[in-house]
Design a protein around this ligand. Structure first.
Ligand code: ADP
Length: 403
């Protein structure tokens, strides 16, 4: 047998064996990888929080807890556009303004906050959400969320107790506010003569007592709204008079504040207490956040259907873009708000819900640096029954790994 034949045979066998060993190694590696991957997915399914991975605006991955919270199968979640998932079947909270989570996803920015995701049955599930953009250049954004329904039920019980206490505090506080205001008025008018220091102390006492009363009223309103029980007393409300009186009141408290009021004569069937509460909040915010440099423009118009539309426009710094999707949330204050004065972050939350109870709508537009304009629209007649809150929604969903 020629040597060349033997050498060729050895070479061919060697090459074949190398290929065979390579194939075996490759198959084993792939199997190990896929087992490892299955193990990772199993672990992610065991995590108590919902997890989603979003890329190019659609959901690429969703774990088992996501399906449980959202009451949707993976097939109903994966490859869905996140936006459609978030708002599925519900109207956007603020037309034209995406929800805060969506803004973070689009801008590839970290996010932490609370949302309401629509589940497969149409219910809005309150969730605590953390969003983390992946820094590996893949464009992936990881969303982890936890169902807060249980926390909220517990919180409600605490709030009920708190509201009960607030209710009991209201009567003694009314006396404190009444007497301290009278005392202050007597000092201011000169009927009661005290030292300058005492006069200053009495003024602080009267002011802080009034502030405490406002806080108690806000808490009571909030408790009522949270329980979904807002009783309205419908009567003819002369909107122009209410707005003018509230402008006068704000100007009394803050003489530097300036308003330009342009008004139609409009009378609507509504609950005057609540209309006042909303108007008061909008005017106070316009002065607080808009500053005194330029007058706040207030315009009241009759709408074609006999209702009214009120616009309150200030010329301040405007609402920061990242705050815009959140300003109607309970207790939400943008971090810059502290520089403008005190607040609980409840005013707009209550105003929007009251507006919806009156059958109306509260919206805003704002370009940072160019002030803000809030618009309240009320119908000719407040409905006997109306939802306390407009149908809002942030639902969520996702895309899963292809391989
Ligand atoms: P508060 O004024 O007590 O903080 P609100 O619910 O009235 O609570 O307002 C919520 C947040 O919205 C404010 O903290 C502020 O960040 C923002 N905001 C409201 N009105 C304006 C405005 N006219 N201009 C700029 N930011 C505003």
């Amino acid at each position: 047998m020629p040597t060349s034949f033997v050498l060729t045979t050895v070479l061919v066998v060697g090459v074949l064996m190398t290929i065979f060993i390579g194939l075996v190694v490759m198959i084993r590696t792939r199997r190990a990888l896929s087992q490892e991957r299955a193990g990772v997915f199993e672990m992610l399914d065991a995590v108590g929080s919902g997890l989603m991975v979003v890329r190019d605006g659609t959901v690429q991955y969703s774990n088992a807890t996501s399906s449980q919270i959202l009451k949707r199968t993976p097939a109903q979640i994966l490859r869905q556009p996140l936006h459609d998932l978030l708002h599925q079947g519900t109207a956007a909270d603020q037309p034209g303004v995406p929800c805060a989570l969506e803004v973070a996803v689009r801008q590839h920015q970290p996010y932490r906050g609370q949302e309401r995701f629509a589940d497969g049955t149409g219910r809005l599930v309150p969730v605590a959400v953390t969003g983390t953009p992946q820094a590996d250049g893949s464009g992936r954004f990881v969303i982890a969320f936890r169902d807060r329904s249980g926390d909220i039920a517990l919180g409600r019980q605490r709030e009920e107790a708190f509201a009960l206490v607030s209710h009991e505090v209201r009567s003694p506080l009314t006396a404190v506010v009444g007497y301290s205001s009278r005392l202050n008025a007597a000092v201011t008018s000169g009927a009661l003569v005290v030292t300058d220091q005492r006069a200053e102390e009495i003024a602080v006492l009267a002011r802080e007592a009034r502030r405490m009363q406002e806080i108690i009223l806000l808490i009571l309103d909030m408790a009522e709204i949270e329980r979904g029980r807002v009783d309205v007393e419908v009567e003819p409300v002369r909107a122009s008079t209410v707005v003018q009186e509230e402008i006068d009141r704000v100007t009394r408290d803050r003489p530097a504040a300036r308003f330009v009021f342009d008004s139609d004569e409009v009378v609507v069937e509504s609950d005057e207490r609540y209309v006042r509460r909303i108007v008061q909040n909008l005017l106070e915010n316009a002065v607080k956040y808009g500053g005194d440099a330029a007058p706040v423009q207030v315009m009241l118009r009759q709408t074609d259907d006999g209702g009214c539309s009120l616009s309150v426009r200030d010329h301040g710094d405007g609402i920061p873009v990242e705050a815009q999707p959140r300003i109607f949330e309970r207790f939400y204050r943008h971090e810059s708000a502290a520089a403008y004065g005190r607040g609980l972050g409840l005013g707009l939350y209550l105003s929007r819900r009251l507006a919806s109870r009156l059958g109306g709508r509260l919206t805003f537009t704002s370009s940072p640096g160019e002030g803000a304009e809030f618009s309240l629209v009320l119908p000719k007649a407040c409905p006997e029954l109306a939802p306390v809150e407009p149908v809002t929604g942030q639902a969520a969903r996702f895309v899963l790994p292809q391989n």
